[in-house]
Design a protein around this ligand. Sequence first.
Ligand code: NAD
Length: 353
Amino acid sequence: MGVFTDGSHEQVVFCQDRASGLKAIIGIYSTALGPALGGTRFYPYASEEEALHDVLDLSRGMAYKNALAGLDLGGGKAVIWGDPDQIKSEQLLRAYGRFVQSLGGRYYTACDVGTYVQDMDVVARETKYVTGRSVEYGGAGDSSILTAWGVFQGMRAAAEHRWGTPSLKGKRVGVAGLGKVGKYLVAHLIEDGAEVVATDVSPKALEWAKATYPQVGLVADATTLITSDIDVYAPCALGGALNDDTVPALRAQIVAGAANNQLAHSGIEKLLVDRGILYAPDYLVNSGGVIQVADEIDGFNFDRAKLRATKIYDTTKRILELADTEGISPASAADRLAEQRMAEVGRLRTIRI
Ligand SMILES: NC(=O)c1ccc[n+]([C@@H]2O[C@H](COP(=O)([O-])OP(=O)(O)OC[C@H]3O[C@@H](n4cnc5c(N)ncnc54)[C@H](O)[C@@H]3O)[C@@H](O)[C@H]2O)c1
């Protein structure tokens, strides 16, 4: 994928500061709805091409996610090429901040894989276009709180669509990944009266589950989880959870989870439809985190952000209904609504004020 051959991104900026070792690419897919917002991924890519590919993919994804979340924000993302454990430093982060500032507000950055709220506090010493900061600096703090809340809302909407009631009481929910989001999600599910079965590769996460929720059933791995007798599957670990092997084996009637890019490749959404499995699109139900950090731009208010994340319930219902009436997959329905909002609301800027 190249910037011009792909042809869809507004702007892609390569940033280099030799002294600090900074090599960053900022991708702006669309500013139709407002400044582009998306996190900074700090990762040791194998090549420049791989880094570029990732930033183009991720920034497009953010445009769709922000549009569907009802935010007045476009989609962007940045990658810093390198091993954060080896090269992350104050001067590198501040150099990066200066490049973000140089875009004059076309792009707001935040945390992603390899960057943390404390890093954003450092970046913020050079730019005002940064969110996802620490609570001490007026930031939203840990975004997994509202991510989990939003996933829970999406799951409730899917339950209502499938079973006529949003309650998960008595349903068996399989959670793969008891990380930052998975832990909060388990808490919501238990509170709602669901029976939870879970798995994680980390012994620490399993210890946490045993100590905090002894009633949670733990299974060896994700394969065991998906083939066990569950009603809902919540992938909360890595991408690609829904693939040619897992979808045919899946026993759940609903999939709703936090992981990004759950569909391993295009065509998987059709496989889910054919098997009668209701899929709540990942970028819709996991948008609570971006809703949380976006709220920081106007001065963070947790209750307001939570109210917005709660709307994921309504949007999920709307998308599942649209999918039914149009005879398309929920993934296509989500894309369609996101594109519609970008076109309709983005167009308003042509009215000169
Ligand atoms: N944190 C957020 O606000 C947020 C927002 C949107 C999307 N997401 C996505 O949600 C997912 C989870 O995010 P997180 O912040 O909880 O990450 P995390 O790193 O805290 O947790 C991931 C957990 O999954 C476990 N895991 C990894 N491989 C596994 C496997 N094969 N089987 C079972 N467990 C496995 C890890 O041990 C870890 O406990 C990611 O895909 C992330 O991109 C997170």
